[in-house]
Design a binder for this molecule. Structure first.
Ligand code: AMP
Length: 395
């Protein structure tokens, strides 16, 4: 895997696909700079070589050229984080852009306007990718968050740089950290899969069984498994059409020697609300009119025991409706157990979907080994897929 560390960019113009798709508030200020910070090592590496950086990204889902999706709003935050003035140009292709790029000096950074102002970007249009490619001597992809998309700037463009293309440091490190679980994980390897629905995690569940020893299933999706095994789950979230599949997954796990751990008790509520009346119950004997919204105290201890005995841990998806205070304890207990295991030398990776939000909310970010920056992209990696953005750099 060739990365920016393997190339000397002196005097070169380097076109970098970053993921600056950051959240903005009503005043158009960046409210979470994680993605900009994550791209910093790659950008600084190139500037230190005396190269110049041309940054391209998307922001949100514009239909037209709405101002609220302009990357102009990201300039100040990026300048502050990178410690270098970020220049901006109000398009990503065309004459003005080419002129700006031509006048760029070593050590300078130019941020292009939102790629998705051009519908050709998402279509993966080849002519558009070729126009973009004219802007750089080298192409670097560091946008893990969109690496699962075959868009013009994330995949198609790579073919215009047969030699001069490489991985950014963030993209490379995301791949390496997934490998630490899926191929090089030191056993016992434990995967904790939670979240709302079985349907969104089926492929992950199926494909991670090979490298793991323990599978902990939490969150709403656990109730489909419990009901499929004959339990009563009241009004809990259940996908009835996935019960058969849940049993198949359990059977597959058994054949592969994976121990599956399901909740034994639950915090139940009489409505889906922070202000609901709550109680606890056996996870397979939830009365009608009640729904399980979190794992109960016995489950939390049980899961924590398995986690603390693991040497490699993957966490995807919360144990309960962690956004509501009364149903956050299961997710916090998992976070605490992973933090303890990590402090004792285990490798822990958190990624995909909402687990990252939970990790941030409860301040576990610095207590786990690696937090992925990609929701959908990480899920697809865990599903064993080769992401288009990664494939394009390897070809
Ligand atoms: P996902 O994006 O699939 O990882 O799902 C995350 C969402 O699952 C969060 O918004 C949680 O509130 C939700 N969730 C977790 N446990 C439950 C549950 N027992 N019932 C309903 N929703 C849940």
């Amino acid at each position: 895997m060739k990365t920016v560390s393997d190339i000397n960019f002196k005097g070169k113009k380097v076109l970098i696909r970053v993921d600056f798709n950051v959240p903005l508030n009503d005043d158009m200020e960046v409210t979470d700079t994680t993605r900009i910070e994550a791209a910093k090592p790659t950008i600084i590496n190139i500037l230190e070589d005396d190269g110049c950086c041309i940054l391209m990204s998307h922001l949100g889902r514009p239909k037209d050229r709405e101002d609220e999706f302009s990357l102009q709003h990201v300039v100040d935050a990026a300048t502050e984080i990178l410690g270098v003035q970020v220049h901006f140009v109000n398009d990503c292709v065309g004459e003005t852009v080419e002129e700006k790029v031509a006048s760029l000096q070593p050590g300078e950074i130019l941020l292009l306007e939102n790629l998705r102002y051009h519908e050709e970007e998402k279509r993966g249009d080849k002519a558009f990718a070729e126009k973009l490619s004219k802007l750089g001597d080298y192409y670097v992809n560091d946008a893990f968050g969109t690496a699962h998309r075959a868009h013009a700037s994330t995949a198609v463009i790579a073919e215009f740089f047969p030699e001069n293309k490489c991985f950014g440091l963030l993209l490379a490190s995301e791949i390496e950290n997934v490998k630490k679980v899926l191929t090089d994980g030191q056993s016992p390897v434990t995967a904790i899969i939670g979240g709302a629905k079985v349907s969104s995690k089926i492929t992950v569940l199926e494909s991670i069984l090979d490298p793991i020893d323990h599978l902990i299933i939490g969150g709403g999706m656990a109730f489909t498994f419990i009901k499929a095994q004959g339990g009563s789950v009241g009004g809990s979230l259940v996908e009835d059409d996935k019960q058969e599949l849940a049993l198949e997954i359990l059977e597959m796990a058994k054949k592969k020697g994976v121990e599956v751990h399901l909740p034994v008790d639950a915090i139940i509520a009489d409505s889906f609300s922070e202000f609901a009346t709550t109680d606890d119950s056996a996870a397979d004997a939830i009365p009608e009119g009640w729904m399980g919204l979190d794992t109960g105290p016995r489950t939390n201890e049980y899961f924590a025991r398995v986690i603390k005995e693991s040497n490699t841990i993957l966490w995807n998806g919360p144990a309960g409706v962690f956004e509501m205070e009364p149903f956050a304890q299961g997710t916090i207990a998992i976070g605490n157990a992973i933090a303890e295991a990590t402090a004792n030398g285990a490798f822990s990776l958190v990624g995909g979907g909402d687990s990252v939000a939970a990790v941030k909310k409860f301040n576990f970010t610095d207590k786990v080994s690696y937090v992925s920056t990609g929701g959908g992209a990480m899920l697809e990696m865990l599903e064993g897929k080769t992401l288009p953005g990664i494939k394009a750099l390897m070809e």
